[in-house]
Each structure stands twice: as structure tokens, then as C-alpha cells.
Design a protein around this ligand. Structure first.
Ligand code: GLT
Ligand code: MN
Ligand code: MN
Length: 412
């Protein structure tokens, strides 16, 4: 093939995107509670070792493009859209007003707001630093985000306390830091109760998000389970208002099984919000888009969530790769991410109604006949052949993933 001139490349990418087909319409995409963060398409590709590869994108563009793609909900950090120095000033109200206009013009709703407590220099020692001034500022920021949330009619507020930890061991008092962090969450919930009353709206659902490492060397609440213990620790004044926002990749990062982490959250009634993405186990936070690394695991995650009627948001917390252009963020990256999610969701429905999986599962639960619980060998022998069904189910899941259950065949 000859080299492709620069001015022909967009057309080539768009033509191939048309050619692969199978896209869902914006109307179908809007049926799902898929939420699009400001920061995903606005990510410019920068990191510690990476210069940006894309140019900045405004919230007006992000909201408009989400509208065209069929993402029904938008969410943001306070400082994704309001520069830190404009917070608490009339500029903030003016920007929030413009956001409202953009949302209504493009038929989107704001689902969630979150406070950036990791980027700015004020958070160098974390949002629950020793300095009372930092903590007072953090409380103001959290309360302000709750107020913005009500203004934009959001339902959720997320907290990723990425800087709650340390680089130098022994420098901070862990128990005290956790108490101070709880004070911040309590202040946000108290403010929420007041503001919700004024707006005649229900209070927000406050969802904590754990990540096992980055950006601190050691993190005080590194997993969803640690967050859960924190919610039930007695430090949280309104535990009913506080739950989890697990992130798929963050559970893999510590070596956990996302599906099991979600199951534990479901059992405690704390699965409020879910950040969806993909990546590799025991590696860093690459935030690859759903299904590009672990499609089989993703299928199983969605089987779990469908089985338990999870009806919260699926938040597209991923980073379009640095190799993707500004144009392709909206023409390739977002639509394909969403469409893989929807296909996996549909496949999960096939798994749930699959007669082979159903019969195999029922048989495993029924167990073998003729066992005497006082005799270990008889228990082993009674179930021996049935247990092969585990691997058979595994194969059937693979068949559903590749479409063999719908007649797709391979032959030499
Ligand atoms: C940041 C982090 C994400 C969180 C966002 C919410 S910020 O991008 O890596 O996992 O969900 O604060
Ligand atoms: Mn996340
Ligand atoms: Mn992540």
C-alpha cells in the first residue's frame, strides 16, 4: 500500500469504521444507564512519561458529541470544568449555567459530580492532611461539589481519595488520617441533607472509589473491601448515604477478581456506581476500554450484575489511547467502547437463559443421589461425575462469547 496522505487519513479511518459495522443506534445506546465523564474524551494522553498527543476539548464539545453518539448522561470533576481559582466565585455560577444549557440543548442529564482532590498542589499531603487549613478547604470543596450536583440535578457524588496515603512511611498517623477523611465525607453528607431539602430533591448517593496504588506509594483505603469496612466502621455519620464506586481495573490491579468484589458489594447493598474499563492484572492504571483485554471476564461480570438487577450507572472511566486522534476519540473510541459493552450485556442475557448452562447449574445444585453425609467417600463419589460440569460451563461461556451458540462454526 502507498503511504496515506495526511488529508486522506480521517476518511480512511471513518470508512473502515463504517466497514466493520454492527454499531448500535444512538437510541439503543441511550436505553442503558451509560454515563460519560468529561475527563475521558478530554484526556490529552499525558502521563509522567508521556507528553499530550491530543488538543484540549471543551465541555460544550464533549456534551455535544455524547449527544450524537447516544450517551444519555454526563459527569465531571469540579475542576474539569471550573478552573480552581474560579471555584466559589460568580465565574462558577456562570460556567454551571452554561453546562445546564449544553446538557439541555443536547438532551443529556448530569448523573454524577466529583471533587478533584488529587491534582492541585493544595492536595500534596492529601485531602485529609495534618493541616487544619487544608482539611477546611477540602470540606468547602466537597460541600461545593454537592451544591453543584444539586444545581445540575445529579444523583451521585463520587470520591476517589487517590492521595489518601503517603510516600514516606511513618510520616503520617494512619488512624488519625482516616478519621479526618471521614470528617470530610460527613461534612459532604450533612451539606447534602440541607441542600437537598432546599431543592426539594432526594439527597445524592455518595460512592467511594478505591485504587490500590497511584498516585501515593501507599494508600490507606486501597480496595473496595477496605472502603466497605470504612463505611461500616462507625466513623461515617450517615452510612446509608455512602456506598461504593468500584472500578473494574482497580480490582484487577491488586490481583482481585472484579466479579467477586462486585458480589461482596452487592451483598452489603453498597454497589451504588460502577466505573467500567479494562486492563491487566497487577499492573498500573491503564484504563483501557471495556472488553479489549478481558472479554470473557467482562461477560461474567455482566451476568452477575444482570442476575442481581444492578440498576446503577456504568461509567465510561477509560482513557482513549494516546495513539487515537481527537477526531477518532468521538468516531472510534467512544462508540466502539459503548457497543462492546452493549454486546456483552446482550450476551450476558444469553448466558442467563442458556438451556445448557441452566441445566448444568441446576444439576450441580441438585447434587448426586445416594450420599451419606457421615461417609466422606460416599459424598465424593455421589458428586464425582457432576463436577465435570464446571469445565463444561466454562466452555459454553466461551462458545457464547464467540457466537457458537448462534451457529458460528470454524472448520479447516
Ligand atoms: C481519575 C481516576 C479515576 C477516578 C476519577 C474520579 S479521577 O481519573 O483514575 O479512576 O474514577 O475521581
Ligand atoms: Mn475510576
Ligand atoms: Mn483507573
Amino acid at each position: 500500500m502507498d503511504p496515506i496522505p495526511q488529508d486522506k487519513q480521517v476518511a480512511l479511518v471513518d470508512r473502515l469504521a463504517q466497514a466493520y459495522g454492527g454499531s448500535y443506534s444512538p437510541e439503543v445506546r441511550r436505553r442503558y444507564f451509560i454515563t460519560g465523564p468529561q475527563w475521558a474524551p478530554a484526556y490529552e494522553g499525558q502521563a509522567l512519561f508521556h507528553a499530550p498527543t491530543r488538543s484540549p476539548v471543551t465541555f460544550e464539545t464533549v456534551i455535544e458529541e455524547y449527544g450524537k453518539i447516544g450517551v444519555g448522561y454526563w459527569c465531571t470533576h469540579d475542576t474539569d470544568v471550573i478552573p480552581t481559582n474560579d471555584l466559589f466565585t460568580p465565574r462558577q455560577d456562570e460556567i454551571v449555567g452554561r453546562i445546564k444549557q449544553s446538557l439541555s440543548k443536547n438532551g443529556l442529564k448530569c448523573s454524577m459530580v466529583t471533587t478533584e482532590t488529587f491534582y492541585h498542589a493544595v492536595w500534596a499531603a492529601g485531602p485529609a492532611a495534618e493541616s487544619g487549613d487544608v482539611r477546611a478547604y477540602a470540606r468547602r470543596r466537597l460541600e461545593n461539589t454537592v451544591a453543584i450536583g444539586h444545581e445540575l440535578e445529579a444523583q451521585y457524588c463520587v470520591y476517589w481519595p487517590g492521595t489518601l496515603g503517603y510516600y514516606t512511611q511513618g510520616a503520617i498517623d494512619e488512624t488519625q488520617t482516616l478519621r479526618w477523611f471521614a470528617d470530610g465525607i460527613n461534612a459532604a453528607c450533612d451539606a447534602d441533607i440541607e441542600i437537598a431539602k432546599k431543592h426539594n430533591r432526594p439527597p445524592l448517593k455518595h460512592a467511594l472509589e478505591a485504587k490500590p496504588f497511584e498516585p501515593q506509594a501507599e494508600i490507606l483505603l486501597p480496595t473496595s473491601d477496605a472502603m466497605m469496612a470504612f463505611i461500616f466502621s462507625g466513623l461515617i455519620k450517615h452510612p446509608d448515604m455512602v456506598g461504593l464506586n468500584p472500578e473494574y481495573l482497580h480490582e484487577l490491579m491488586w490481583g482481585g477478581a472484579p466479579r467477586a468484589a462486585l458480589a461482596r458489594a452487592l451483598l452489603c447493598g453498597k454497589l451504588f456506581h460502577f466505573d467500567i474499563n479494562d486492563g491487566y492484572r497487577l499492573k498500573h492504571d491503564v484504563d483501557i476500554a471495556v472488553g479489549l483485554v478481558n472479554p470473557l471476564d467482562w461477560l461474567n461480570v455482566l451476568v452477575l450484575l444482570r442476575t442481581h438487577n444492578y440498576n446503577g450507572p456504568f461509567n465510561l472511566d477509560y482513557k482513549p489511547p494516546r495513539t487515537t486522534s481527537n477526531h477518532a476519540v468521538f468516531s472510534v473510541s467512544l462508540p466502539t467502547t459503548i457497543d462492546r459493552f452493549i454486546t456483552l450485556w446482550e450476551m450476558a442475557g444469553e448466558v442467563i437463559s442458556d438451556p445448557i448452562i441452566k441445566e448444568a447449574t441446576d444439576a450441580l445444585k441438585a447434587g448426586g443421589a445416594g450420599a451419606d453425609p457421615r461417609d466422606v467417600s460416599s459424598v465424593v463419589n455421589a458428586n464425582k461425575e457432576l463436577l465435570s460440569l464446571h469445565e463444561l460451563i466454562g466452555h459454553r461461556l466461551f462458545q457464547i462469547l464467540i457466537g457458537a451458540n448462534r451457529g458460528r462454526t470454524y472448520s479447516l
